[in-house]
Design a protein around this ligand. Structure first.
Ligand SMILES: [Zn+2]
Length: 240
């Protein structure tokens, strides 16, 4: 019996953005999920070929990859499908009371994970003072078990800030699970060990670096730089 790879199967199913609902209930591989990102024009990863351009970030740093999760999550069917994938992958072994996400891109995604896990949903907000995040509008019952869900993690800075805000914003003690779920995990180095034993479970994991131009191996190899947002088409050209 010939068995096709999952990636070939998804292509043979001729999944388009219009019929993506066909994927509901199926287990998808990382490659298949990357294919969904590609369909949404939401990912660019440099393949190491110096003839191809690489990214110049707003900070001026060079980078070898770029994810725009909003381009994926703005499509409700895909948002729901990916949230169900993550809910299954986290392998919850205890009762989860609340799923909490951070503003803004993770709000709808964490809501869909909460739906899949039959938990309640909440989100932290950006502090109006402009510094950090804040939890308000709701008091969580004492001992509530919380699973944190993000859409993209580069470093631990944001996910730690969410935990701090929820902890300080509730009068009674709550319990964060030691797992943080995310759609994309793109740290500058892999593997990565976060403080406090927190484990990141992701649907896509890629090492994406950002370095000064003087330290950039792609610049040294002759690859030129492009700003992703204004040169997205050229950066993601399929046949280069
Ligand atoms: Zn460079």
């Amino acid at each position: 019996m010939i068995s096709f790879s999952r990636e070939r199967r998804i292509k043979s199913m001729q999944i388009t953005l219009k019929n993506v609902g066909l994927l509901k209930g199926k287990d998808l591989t990382e490659e298949e999920i990357l294919h969904l990102f590609d369909l949404c024009d939401a990912v660019w990863l440099h393949d190491g070929d110096p003839k191809k351009p690489h990214a110049e970030l707003t900070s001026g740093l060079c980078s070898n990859g770029f994810f725009d999760c909003l381009r994926v999550l703005e499509i409700p069917d895909i948002n729901e499908i990916l949230a169900q994938q993550l809910a299954r992958k986290i392998k919850i072994r205890c009762k989860v009371d609340w799923i909490i996400g951070s503003p803004y891109a993770a709000i709808t995604f964490s809501y869909e994970v909460a739906k899949a896990l039959k938990a309640r949903h909440g989100f932290v907000e950006k502090d109006p003072s402009g510094k950090g995040m804040i939890w308000r509008r709701r008091v969580l019952p004492k001992g509530s078990v919380i699973l944190q869900i993000e859409e993209l993690i580069t470093t631990s800075k944001t996910f730690k800030e969410v935990r701090r805000a929820v902890g300080e914003g509730n009068p009674e003690e709550v319990k964060f699970m030691n797992v943080v779920g995310t759609l994309v995990h793109r740290p500058p180095e892999l593997p990565v060990n976060y403080d406090d034993g927190v484990e990141v479970v992701s649907l896509i994991e890629r090492k994406i670096w950002a370095v000064e131009q003087k330290d950039c191996s792609l610049c040294k190899a002759g690859s030129y730089r492009l700003r992703p947002k204004t040169n997205w088409a050229e950066l993601t050209r399929k046949n280069s």
